[in-house]
Design a binder for this molecule. Structure first.
Ligand code: ATP
Ligand code: MG
Length: 260
């Protein structure tokens, strides 16, 4: 069981946009956190820093008691594998089968192509991929092309692919934003069931307040790159959250320019 710590994280993009401004929080093992904030508030930037796809301007990120911002690429790889991602648009490879997409999850965040990897995938990995597909209730679609599934089914395949990587922390970037309400709830139920049964930590970006309060144990909210809420859901009042979320200056689409 590992924890995630974000300490005084600031990210200024080369064009001067300050996407994150001194953000700090900790996610304990097994905790379910919802990350709120309107367009451009820095949510995806935060996730990209945690997965090391962006380098923070200052501050650090500690995963499993290791500061990942100073690690070499080779030392970073095993830690990156502990962080599983689920995306709004599923990010499946459309012309591969459902099974192949899940098997691909074993690679984690590397650039190896599937065609280089697949012929060498062991029987053990193949069985594991089927188990992961089974867990999301889709083993009967194993041979189907990924793009021949509904959106909700594709997101379930993406969850199976994420499980294949044996993550300990799950980051979900608007996992239900492309789904209708029924499919969205099914995906949230499945994701939350899985993270709970495995004791994983999850941070999920959501825009639906009802869902956020129903599933999250804790809510973190960003506004123009600043953290404005970090509170247990039990202590948060829905009306207060609604006011904050609907305030006009909370719906800014532009990040702050550094030094502006
Ligand atoms: N590569 C980049 N270069 C310059 N600015 C960027 C870059 N990526 C994001 N930004 C800016 O940083 C700010 C935060 O963007 P980010 O994508 O993190 O927001 P978000 O909260 O995920 O928004 P959304 O809800 O629309 O997904 C925005 O002002 C955005 O325009
Ligand atoms: Mg985003």
């Amino acid at each position: 069981m590992i924890s995630l710590e974000v300490n005084n994280l600031t990210k200024v993009y080369p064009d001067g946009t300050k996407a994150l401004d001194n953000v700090s929080f900790k996610v304990n093992p097994g905790e379910g956190v919802v990350l709120l904030g309107h367009n451009g508030s820095g949510k995806s930037t935060l996730f990209r820093c945690i997965t090391s796809f962006e380098k923070p301007t200052s501050g650090n990120i500690v995963i499993d008691e290791t500061d990942i911002t100073t690690l070499s690429k080779s030392k970073l790889r095993p830690i990156r594998k502990k962080v599983g991602m689920v995306f709004q648009h599923f990010n499946l490879i459309n012309n591969l089968s459902v099974f192949q997409n899940v098997l691909f999850g074993a690679l984690g965040h590397t650039k190896t192509s599937f065609h280089t990897f697949a012929p060498f995938a062991s029987e053990e990995l193949r069985m594991k991929a089927m188990d992961c597909l089974d867990r999301v209730g889709l083993s009967h679609f194993a041979k189907r092309r990924a793009d021949q599934l509904s959106g909700g089914q594709q997101q379930r395949v993406a969850i199976a692919r994420m499980l294949m990587q044996d993550p300990e922390i799950v980051l979900a970037d608007e996992p239900i934003a492309s789904l209708d309400p029924k499919a969205g709830r099914e995906v949230m139920d499945l994701l939350w069931e899985i993270v709970q049964e495995r004791g994983l930590s999850v941070v999920s970006i959501l825009h639906q307040m009802d869902i956020a309060m129903e599933y999250g144990e804790r809510i973190i909210a960003l506004k123009k790159g600043n953290m404005i809420i970090d509170e247990s859901v039990k202590k948060l009042d829905r009306a207060f959250l609604d006011t904050l979320y609907h305030q006009e200056d909370f719906t800014e689409t532009e990040g702050e320019k550094a030094g502006a």
